[in-house]
Ligand binder design. Structure first.
Ligand code: THU
Length: 132
């Protein structure tokens, strides 16, 4: 990983500190980098009505879009049920779909095991092309 990727991953680990996960006890943090260099972080926020839980990645992207940012270059994701974030936490399908709304194939997904592209995770995606 490059120094910048390691820094973004560290932001994701720090964001996991705010995770509200009383049901799974699995803390997730995400750090989303905008094209202009800002970082928006997010954590998972669970609910007693389980399906209302929101993932860390979507928290981060919704924060960013709601603040007027919609061009992104990378997201780092860190998840763990302990203080050890060395095992990769792969983004779920719902988060990948939401990311794909704003991010292209070359968008970087930084996990503990290194840098991947959005296309690595989502080679085929439901997009505007499917609607036309
Ligand atoms: N979770 C995320 O925050 N991001 C993902 O991509 C996968 C799962 C959260 C949701 C839930 O609070 C916990 O991890 C266990 O599934």
């Amino acid at each position: 990983m490059t120094k910048k990727e390691i820094e973004l991953f560290s932001c994701a680990v720090r964001a996991a500190e705010n995770s509200y996960s009383p049901y799974s006890h699995f803390r997730v943090g995400a750090a989303l980098l905008t094209e202009s260099g800002q970082v928006f972080t997010g954590c998972n926020i669970e609910n007693v009505s389980y399906s209302l839980t929101i993932c860390a990645e979507r928290t981060a992207i919704f924060k960013a879009v709601s603040e007027g940012f919609s061009a992104f270059t990378a997201i780092a994701v860190a998840g763990s049920s302990s203080d050890d974030f060395s095992k990769p936490c792969h983004p779920c399908g719902a988060c990948l779909q939401v990311l794909s709304q704003f991010c292209g194939d070359d968008f970087m997904v930084i996990l503990s095991d290194g840098a991947h592209t959005l296309k690595d995770f989502l080679p085929f995606v439901f997009s505007d092309d499917n609607l036309s």
